[in-house]
Design a protein around this ligand. Structure first.
Ligand code: FAD
Ligand code: 2HG
Ligand code: ZN
Length: 523
C-alpha cells in the first residue's frame, strides 16, 4: 500500500484570513509604563494612546499640524487628505491593537511626484511623518507614536509591467501582496514571498520590513529578490533605482539600504521584483512528530529526499495547535501529536512530485520517524491545511493578551527556548507556545494571559532577549524592531553597526522627520 493510501485523507474545511479580536496591551521594555492604563478599554477606540501608556516618552521637537499645513496638502491632494479624527482611528491603531497614535492628518498620494512634494514640504516645515502600507506590522512601526502625519500608500496601486520571460514585476508600492499574486498567476508566475497577511499588506511594506514568510526557504529573502526600487528621500529627492536587471555591479547596491529600513530612511514608491515560475503542482503533507528532534529529522529528510521541490517547512507545537481548535473551531486532521510539521512541495510535474513525496513519506513511516499524517493534493485542501498554520496569530489573540516574540535561533537550541519559558512561566500563563518557519531557523514564541500581567511580562523580558543573544540568535528574525523592540537592538547588533545605522539616518534624514521613535535605539 502506498504512503498516500496509508496516510489519512485530508478533510479540513477551507479557512480564511480574519482580523483578530482586540487584545489588551503590550509592553515596551526600558520605557516607564503608566500601569493604571493597562487594560483601559474605555479610551477612544478601545486602545490606550501610546503616549499615555508610556508617559516617559518625549515628543520630538516637531511642528504641530495647523490649518495652514492642511490647506497646503488639500491643494496638493484634492479629496485625498483626511483630517476627521473619526476616520483616522484605524490608521492610528496597529493590527495587534497595542499601539495607538494621535495623528490628525492622513495623506493619500497617488504618485511619486506627490510623495516627493509632501516630504519636501514636511522637511522644510519640520513636520514628522509615518509611512503606512497595509498596517499589518507586528512591532508598532506603522502607526504614529504622537501626532506624526500618516502617509498611506493605499492609492499607489498601479502595476507597471509584468515580463513573463524574465519574471520581473514592476509596480507601485501600495499594491496588495495577494492581489499581485492573483495578477501574476495569470502570467504563470508566482511571488517570491507569501505570508498570512497577504490580503492586506502592501509590497512596499513588505520591502520596508524585509518580510520573510513561508516561501523564504525556497526563494530566499527580499534582499535577493528585489531587483530595484524607487524611494523618496526625506528632503523630497527621488532615488530612482528601479532597474529590472538581475545583475548590476556598479558600485554600492543602495536599494539594499531601504529593504528592512522600516520607513526610517525613505518612502518606497515603486518596486521591481523577481518572480518565480508558477508551480503546476503543489502538495502539502502534514505529519505528527513525537518530539522536537523528530521534527528536525523530518526537516533533514525533506531536504535530502524532496530537494528541489521542497517549498516550505513549518512546525507547530501541540499547545499551539490546540488553540486553533479551542479559539477558532478549526479541525486538526491528525490529533494527539506533540508536534506537527507542514511540508509543502511545489513543482512542474505532478506525477514526478507525487512519486517523490510518496517515497519520502513511505521511508519516514518505514523508519518509524512518523506514524501519523495527512496529505493534501487538491488546492482547497492544501489551502485548508495552510489555514491551520496561517491563522495561529489570530488564534492566540483570542486567549486575551499575547506576548509575541519572533526570533532566529540555531536549530540546536531552537525549541529549548519554549521549554525554558514554559518552565519559567509555569501556570501564570494560559498558553506558552512555539511555532514557525523552522526551515529558516525562525521561531515564533508566544505566551498568553487573559489580560496583561505585569509579573508575566517581567518574567519574559529582558530574560528572553538575553537568552537569545547568549545562544547566538537574533531578537527579530522577520518582523523588524519598529517601536516595540528598538531598544533591544544591541542584543543582536554590534555598537559599530548601530553607529553606522545612526550615521546613515543622519545623512539621509538630518531633521529626523521620517518615522521617528522607530528602529534606532533611544540612546
Ligand atoms: P505596515 O504595517 O503598514 O508597515 C510596516 C513598516 O514598514 C512600518 O515601519 C512602516 O512605516 C513601513 N512602511 C510601510 N510602507 C512603506 C513604504 N512604502 N515605504 C517605506 N516604509 C514603509 N511578517 C513576516 O515577515 N512574515 C510573516 O510570515 C508574517 N505573517 C504575518 C501574519 C499576520 C496574520 C500578520 C497580521 C502579520 C504578519 N507579518 C509577517 C507581519 C507583517 O505583515 C509584515 O511585516 C508586512 O511586511 C507589513 O506590510 P504592511 O504593508 O502591512 O506594512
Ligand atoms: C507568522 O509566521 C507570522 O504566522 C506571525 O510571522 C507570527 O504571530 C506570530 O507570532
Ligand atoms: Zn512568521
Amino acid at each position: 500500500m502506498s504512503a498516500l493510501g496509508r496516510l489519512r485523507v485530508s478533510f479540513c474545511r477551507t479557512a480564511w484570513f480574519h482580523r483578530p479580536k482586540q487584545p489588551t496591551w503590550t509592553s515596551i521594555a526600558r520605557l516607564a509604563l503608566n500601569t493604571s492604563r493597562y487594560n483601559n478599554n474605555s479610551a477612544r477606540g478601545g486602545v490606550v494612546l501610546t503616549s499615555e501608556r508610556y508617559p516617559s516618552l518625549q515628543r520630538g521637537d516637531y511642528t504641530a499640524v495647523t490649518d495652514k499645513h492642511i490647506a497646503f496638502f488639500e491643494g496638493l491632494l484634492p479629496g485625498r487628505v483626511i483630517s476627521d479624527v473619526r476616520d483616522l482611528d484605524g490608521y492610528n491603531t496597529d493590527w495587534l491593537k497595542t499601539c495607538r497614535g494621535a495623528s490628525q492628518l492622513l495623506l493619500r498620494p497617488k504618485t511619486t511626484e506627490e510623495v516627493s512634494q509632501i516630504l519636501r514640504y514636511c522637511n522644510e516645515n519640520q513636520l514628522a511623518v509615518v509611512p503606512q502600507g497595509g498596517n499589518t506590522g507586528l512591532v508598532g512601526g506603522s502607526v504614529p507614536v504622537f501626532d506624526e502625519i500618516i502617509i498611506s500608500t493605499q492609492l499607489m496601486n498601479k502595476v507597471f509591467s509584468v515580463d513573463e520571460i524574465s519574471g520581473t514585476l514592476v509596480c507601485q508600492s501600495g499594491c496588495i501582496l495577494g492581489n499581485l499574486e492573483t495578477l501574476i498567476n495569470e502570467h504563470d508566475l508566482t511571488m517570491p514571498l507569501d505570508l498570512g497577511a497577504k490580503g492586506s499588506c502592501h509590497i512596499g511594506g513588505n520591502l520596508a520590513t524585509n518580510a520573510g514568510g513561508i516561501r523564504l526557504l525556497r526563494f530566499g529573502s527580499l534582499h535577493g529578490n528585489v531587483l530595484g526600487l524607487e524611494a523618496v528621500l526625506p528632503n523630497g529627492d527621488v532615488l530612482d533605482s528601479l532597474t529590472t536587471l538581475r545583475k548590476d555591479n556598479t558600485g554600492y547596491d543602495v536599494k539594499q539600504m531601504f529593504i528592512g529600513s522600516e520607513g526610517t530612511l525613505g518612502i518606497i514608491t515603486a518596486v521591481s521584483i523577481l518572480c518565480a515560475q508558477k508551480p503546476s503542482s503543489v502538495n502539502v503533507a502534514f505529519v505528527g512528530c513525537e518530539d522536537f528532534p523528530t521534527v528536525l529529522k523530518v526537516l533533514q529528510r525533506s531536504k535530502e529526499n524532496l530537494a528541489e521541490i521542497l517549498s516550505a517547512f513549518e512546525f507547530i507545537d501541540r499547545q499551539c495547535m490546540a488553540l486553533t481548535e479551542r479559539n477558532l473551531n478549526l479541525t486538526n486532521p491528525i490529533t494527539d501529536n506533540k508536534f506537527y510539521a507542514l511540508i509543502e512541495t511545489s513543482g512542474s510535474n505532478p506525477n514526478h512530485d507525487e512519486e517523490k513525496l510518496n517515497h519520502f513519506l513511505e521511508t519516514l513511516m518505514e523508519d518509524g520517524i512518523v506514524r501519523d499524517g495527512t496529505l493534501a493534493t487538491e488546492t482547497s485542501k492544501v489551502q485548508a491545511i495552510w489555514g491551520l498554520r496561517e491563522r495561529l496569530a489570530e488564534a492566540l489573540m483570542h486567549d486575551g493578551y499575547c506576548y509575541k516574540y519572533d526570533v532566529s535561533l540555531p536549530l540546536s537550541h531552537f525549541y529549548e527556548l519554549v521549554e525554558v519559558m514554559r518552565e519559567r512561566l509555569g501556570d501564570k500563563a494560559v498558553s506558552v507556545v512555539g511555532y514557525g518557519h523552522v526551515g529558516d531557523c525562525n521561531l515564533h514564541f508566544n505566551a498568553t494571559t487573559r489580560e496583561f500581567d505585569e509579573e508575566v511580562m517581567g518574567l519574559i523580558e529582558p530574560f528572553i532577549y538575553d537568552w537569545v543573544a547568549e545562544h547566538k540568535g537574533s531578537i527579530s528574525a522577520e518582523h523588524g524592531l519598529g517601536f516595540k523592540k528598538k531598544d533591544f537592538i544591541y542584543h543582536s547588533k554590534s555598537k559599530a553597526a548601530v553607529q553606522l545605522m545612526k550615521d546613515m539616518k543622519r545623512l539621509l534624514d538630518p531633521n529626523g522627520i521620517l518615522n521617528p521613535y522607530k528602529t534606532l535605539p533611544t540612546d
